[in-house]
Design a protein. Structure first.
Length: 141
């Protein structure tokens, strides 16, 4: 996959079972997607997209499969790739690994909106040009 985001998992991310709280895993995945945007838009993540570009991307679907527990022992490496660009939406695949071991796989779909109107829109041409060559096929159905 084309982009990797490293997350430092800490003691505060964990539950009494000494593994990451389940609710932290979507947060890790969304942090990785935001980092993907920052990397490809020259430092602009969701915050700048909303405020400076008037372009929002709220989520309409999230799907996560858990494979192995995440702990603070190793960095969590999240591989991020866009897998689909629709007329008004974008889908991402995020795969999280620690020490080479698969921890989770997720699929996330966002819709593009005019932020100040919360109205669905097509992505700007510059965004389409950026994303199209980066699309990777998703092996999952």
């Amino acid at each position: 996959m084309g982009y990797q985001h490293e997350i430092r998992v800490t003691w505060g991310d964990c539950d009494p079972a000494k593994i990451v709280y389940t609710a932290r895993i979507p947060w890790f995945a969304l942090d990785a997607i935001n980092a993907w945007w920052e990397h490809h838009l020259g430092g602009d993540g969701w915050f700048q997209m909303e405020l400076d570009r008037n372009l929002g991307t709220p989520f309409v679907n999230m799907n996560l499969d858990f494979r192995s527990p995440i702990t603070p022992r190793h960095r969590l490496i999240c591989d991020v790739a866009p897998t689909r660009l629709g007329e008004t939406s974008i889908s991402f695949r995020v795969i999280g690994r620690q020490d080479g071991k698969l921890c989770f796989e997720g699929r996330f779909t966002c819709v593009f909106i005019v932020a100040n109107e919360f109205r669905k829109t097509k992505p700007p041409a510059a965004v389409v040009e950026l994303i199209t060559p980066l699309l990777e096929p998703d092996p999952a159905p």
